[in-house]
Design a protein around this ligand. Sequence first.
Ligand SMILES: [Fe+2]
Ligand SMILES: [Fe+2]
Ligand SMILES: [Fe+2]
Length: 419
Amino acid sequence: MQRQTAVNLGNLVLSLSDAMDLASPSIIQHQQRTAFVVWEMGKAAKISHERLEKIFIAALLHDIGALSLEEKISLRNFEIENLEDHCIRGELLLNNIPWLRDLSKIISFHHKEWQYWEESIETPIVLASQLLFLADYLERAIKRDQYILHQHEDIVSKIKSLSGSSLHPQVVDLFTQISNSEEFWLDLVSPRLYSILLNEGPFSKREIDFSNIAIISELFRNIIDFRSRFTSTHSSGVAAAASMLARIFGFTDAEVGLMEVTGNLHDIGKLAIPNSILKKPEKLTKEEMAVMKSHPYYTYHVINTIGGLKQVAEWAAYHHEKLDGSGYPFHCTAAELTTGARIMMVADIFTALAEDRPYRKGMSKEELIQIMKQFSDRRLLDTRVVNLLFENYNEVLAYVAEKQAIAREFYEKQFSFIH
Ligand SMILES: [Fe+2]
Ligand SMILES: [Fe+2]
Ligand SMILES: [Fe+2]
């Protein structure tokens, strides 16, 4: 089964790109629109299909290093001083993924102005990052409350004014060629852009196999967790606890692998939650809690849109459900919660209780067992899974600690200093 789990490259990249821009109306589809412009310019420049696919994927993920919603919104401001951080983080994150590694430099240089390049525009990395620079600039120049064909001439003249300084004249010329058609502008802001990119974009019909799905789930785990020191190892811990419990429960190797991916992605819907709520040290207000409760809903839709991962989507999205229907946001009943989902529910609570939070220290074994036992006595969590955790407590905890130590080291070495 593990070998059979594969997803389509285009679906995977698009769904994840979309997820990153979900959080606010001011950034929705930012990376998709940027990728669309890069694609149109790349066709005009007659870039080979293989190279264009890479630049296109880089564009879909280019702001991956902007970890918080606040930072993404700040990037829309042309006066912003710090453009470096998200470029460095983006490069570091992609360097960990073998099949995405050669995109990391394009992302690293996507705000580098032409005048600071020493190489010629023919150098592939220079051309690719200049295309991305222009596309990103263009998207940020769009006023989202104005009709596109009432503002496109202004945008074109803004871009032309960068010729010879921020942008190479050839790149600006390429853009002028494609910017003549109304169709270009209408596609660019179309609500259907996702399906335009998916069906007509330069994706090769490649399948991503399970081992690469696992690697990319680790990338997204880091993006989700590294937004705050307190959560910097949370999904690593949940993935470790859930996969170990699944193994002890008797799941197959393939299912254990999927459980690990599930742990990595279970909080991906948190990409839609602002830092002001996510990092708030005090108790959340009723309104803030309502926003927080939407994250498993987004988790479900982001993973399910990838296609081929329905089981992962359900296991992941039900981690705040309870057996009596009192969980959120789906209010599933016991009959709807499969063993995999029940394992995730236990793994998430266990990991969260064991971790430090801004308002409390991580719990001791005794405190933790007492709380988990209450949940199981009140039939909110599956008693079999909770007992399995108690019986194997030290091994599960040791495995969680081992995986969290690896994540912590990466975070401390590479990420904490730019926060
Ligand atoms: Fe950027
Ligand atoms: Fe951007
Ligand atoms: Fe969660």
